[in-house]
Design a protein around this ligand. Structure first.
Ligand SMILES: Nc1ncnc2c1ncn2[C@@H]1O[C@H](COP(=O)(O)OP(=O)(O)OP(=O)(O)O)[C@@H](O)[C@H]1O
Length: 301
């Protein structure tokens, strides 16, 4: 699969603070790439570097397999639509007037604008002033402006921020529709649940570093779920194992964190050799939220 966005060692420093730290991003063509990370982890800065709105301190950006630089920037960005931070649009103008402005500015056809408006389902609200739009409508107008040039790649920074559940679902549904037509979407969020169901690929950022990149299945595989162990003498087992592995005693269950299969076997061995009967050993069921929380809290992987 070819990468429509690829970065090598992409880094941004402000003074002595590194806010984006050596990113090697690979966004597969045709994917919905969920770019996740807590607030302040560097998502917006990264997206701005991809769009050449912020100059990287070091590293390289390839869009559509071509390096982004002063000479290629204009040509490459003609294939990219974006919505970064606050939705664009002049409040004192109507939706239609805003679209007309963009149409003239970007040299778009009537058909392109019409189609974009229909895609975001804004055709019945075009004569209203944008300042009277709901946040969801403003976001949809922003996406329509980004879509009108029929981009191969759409970069959306927290498009569901501040929306109510219905608005969030609308944006999700829109992303799914666009993806099914072949547009690659890179979408950021600090809330996994908001893009989890839409994203086919995930990149997770923590303190400027990419701590995971891959499919959802890869993520589950890479994160080691806790082992839950029941045995004949939980307090004794806890005393025996706590020195070697992070272990907590919850009621009659012992929870062992971050253990690979061989370590689990070694723990069971230890218990049995101390005449503690092992009743049950299983991996804890975990949601994607748990994995995300563990990863971003501990910065491990
Ligand atoms: N122009 C700037 N000068 C100095 N520091 C900056 C600048 N822009 C961003 N930062 C810092 O870089 C860090 C990452 O910010 P960024 O906006 O990229 O994070 P984010 O993951 O998008 O978070 P959020 O969701 O809150 O926007 C933050 O600590 C921010 O304060």
């Amino acid at each position: 699969m070819s990468s429509i966005v690829a970065t090598t060692d992409l880094t941004k420093r402000y003074g002595s603070t590194t806010v984006v730290d050596g990113l090697d991003l690979a966004v597969p063509e045709g994917s919905v790439y969920g770019f996740l990370g807590p607030n302040g982890s560097g998502k917006s800065t990264t997206m701005k570097m991809l769009l050449s709105l912020v100059q990287p301190t070091s590293g390289e950006v390839l869009l559509m397999e071509r390096p982004m630089n002063r000479a290629t920037r204009r040509g490459l960005l003609a294939h990219v639509g974006s919505l970064i931070e606050a939705p664009p649009g002049y409040g004192h103008l109507t939706g239609r007037e805003n679209l007309r402005l963009a149409q003239r500015l970007l040299g778009l056809s009537e058909r392109q604008v019409d189609q974009a408006v229909r895609t975001v389902r804004l055709q019945d609200h075009l004569d209203k002033k944008v300042r009277n739009y709901s946040l969801g409508m403003k976001q949809r107008l922003g996406i329509a402006l980004a879509l009108a040039r029929e981009p191969r790649l759409l970069i959306l920074d927290e498009p569901t921020n501040g929306l109510d559940p219905a608005g969030i679902e609308e944006i999700r549904e829109l992303m799914r529709r666009l993806a099914s037509r072949g547009t690659t979407i890179m979408v950021s969020s600090h809330l996994l649940g908001e893009i989890d169901k839409t994203a086919t690929f995930l990149g997770i950022l923590s303190q400027g570093r990419l701590i995971f990149q891959g499919s959802r299945a890869d993520l589950f595989q890479a994160a080691t779920p806790d082992v839950v162990l029941r045995c004949s003498d939980p307090p004794a087992a806890h005393r025996l194992l706590a020195a070697r592995v992070p272990s907590t005693l919850t009621g009659q269950e012992l929870h062992l964190a971050g253990l690979g299969d061989h370590h689990v076997a070694a723990c069971v061995d230890t218990l049995v050799s101390h005449r503690i009967g092992v009743f049950d050993v299983r991996r804890r069921e975990q949601s994607l939220e748990d994995v995300f929380r563990d990863l971003t809290a501990g910065g491990r992987l």
